[in-house]
Design a protein. Structure first.
Length: 390
């Protein structure tokens, strides 16, 4: 019988480490993937988001080394070999492929002045990569919490998240915001995380689905985005240019009541970006109010409105994500939207439990008829953030 659950996964990861590296690890650490309920493309505008952690997580078994070597292996890399690097030699741009995420995290810790050295790492994950569920942040954050313990740093969660983001921005070359890393580190079981991306203040918002007879489905469209390509960076630059033209530090500083006048002052290509960011921040505030009032079902229309804004104003959806959203809603979902950066990836749908099979079947059938690859559908349960698990 295959053992399941975090303890069994931790034991398997530790055993695999021992087979590879020839010694027991000092411990095993885990960091989850996430879905974002609402608040997309707001983090790099200093705005708000409401992510929750998934049960799917990346585990890192690790053993400290005192010779300055960093030896990296991942069960998902597709390379059956260990990458060996010297911590003091790490420089942005010098490490290709998947290893730049864990190496970048060590580089960012060292760059922040922390006394860190080498380690042997074994990575294993059940977060699908490139599916918009934030496998990159899960990998960085698992390494960050492992190093935090191995080297006795005692860093607070937001600092670990910032360091992981710095790894992704400056070392891996992906200009992401901080939401993914904050979600992976700071989320708690049963709650969504109300995040202020400027201050990194965050609050747990209880997100019960069972009491409302609801489930949250995740449809992985299997269309793999590549955030390292120019589209994401261009959107981010567009937002920064718009804020500059409006004389604001960031688009977060534009109040909904000032939106109309601001749009009149902006070039036509920037106005829709600004409209999305300002209305999306307002949707986060509204979602938090609804959850606090116990009105979880009312979240549905807000999700669908968020998707329309991403499709029409921000233009980051694609045929597959639009089809998943439209089909889910037509089959009885209370609301649905793409989640993550876009250009493919995953869709979330808030669905009455009795309709879950129907929605899953309808989306699968619609994809088949449209000639798309079969989607993977999973159920999202608000889960714990990064932690030591063995
Ligand atoms: P997402 O974060 O949405 O999954 P990204 O493009 O940001 O997509 O990150 C995916 C990349 O992260 C992969 O291409 C790979 O380089 C790296 N990655 C994530 N998880 C792992 C893993 N378990 N092992 C090796 N590399 C991983
Ligand atoms: Mg990512």
């Amino acid at each position: 019988m295959t053992r399941t659950g975090p303890a069994a996964a931790a034991a398997r990861t530790a055993d695999a480490f021992a087979r590879l590296h020839g010694a027991r690890p000092d411990g095993v650490w885990s960091a989850p993937g996430r879905v974002n309920l609402i608040g997309e493309h707001t983090d790099y505008n200093d705005g708000f988001a409401l992510p929750m952690a998934l049960p799917q997580a990346t585990r890192v078994a690790a053993r400290r080394r005192d010779d300055g070597l960093l030896r990296l292996y991942s069960a998902q890399s597709g390379e059956d070999r260990t990458t060996e690097l010297r911590v003091t030699d790490l420089v942005p741009g010098a490490v290709p492929g998947w290893a730049r995420y864990p190496a970048g995290t060590v580089w960012a810790l060292a760059g922040a002045g922390h006394q860190v050295g080498g380690a042997d790492l074994y990575v294993d994950s059940d977060v699908p990569a490139g599916a918009g569920l934030s496998s990159s942040a899960a990998l960085e954050c698992a390494v960050a919490v492992a190093y935090d313990d191995l080297y006795g740093l005692g860093l607070p969660g937001p600092e670990l998240a910032r360091t992981a983001q710095r790894a992704e921005n400056a070392f891996a070359g992906v200009p992401c915001g901080v939401m993914d890393q904050m979600a992976s580190v700071c989320c708690t079981e049963g709650a969504a995380l109300h995040l202020d991306s400027r201050s990194l203040e965050h609050r747990q918002v209880p997100f019960g689905l069972d009491p409302h007879g609801l489930v949250l489905l995740v449809v992985d469209t299997r269309v793999r985005h590549d955030l390292a390509d120019g589209a994401y960076a261009a959107l981010r630059a567009g937002c920064e240019r718009a804020a500059g033209l409006l004389g604001l530090p960031a688009l977060r500083d534009l109040a909904p009541g000032e939106l109309g006048a601001a749009l009149d002052r902006l070039p036509a290509e920037l106005a829709p970006l600004v409209r999305h960011v300002v209305t999306e921040n307002a949707r986060v505030t509204e979602a938090v109010r609804l959850l606090a009032a116990g009105d979880t079902p009312a979240l549905g229309p807000l999700l669908t409105a968020g998707h329309a804004s991403l499709r029409e104003d921000y233009r980051v959806s694609c045929a597959e994500t639009d089809l998943a959203v439209d089909t889910a809603v037509a089959a009885g979902a209370l609301g649905a939207r793409m989640t993550g950066g876009g250009f493919g990836g995953s869709v979330i749908a808030l669905v009455p439990a009795a309709r879950a099979d129907g929605v899953r079947g309808a989306v699968t059938e619609a994809f088949r008829r449209a000639g798309h690859r079969a989607p993977a559908v999973l159920r999202a349960v608000p889960s714990a953030g990064a932690a030591r698990i063995a």
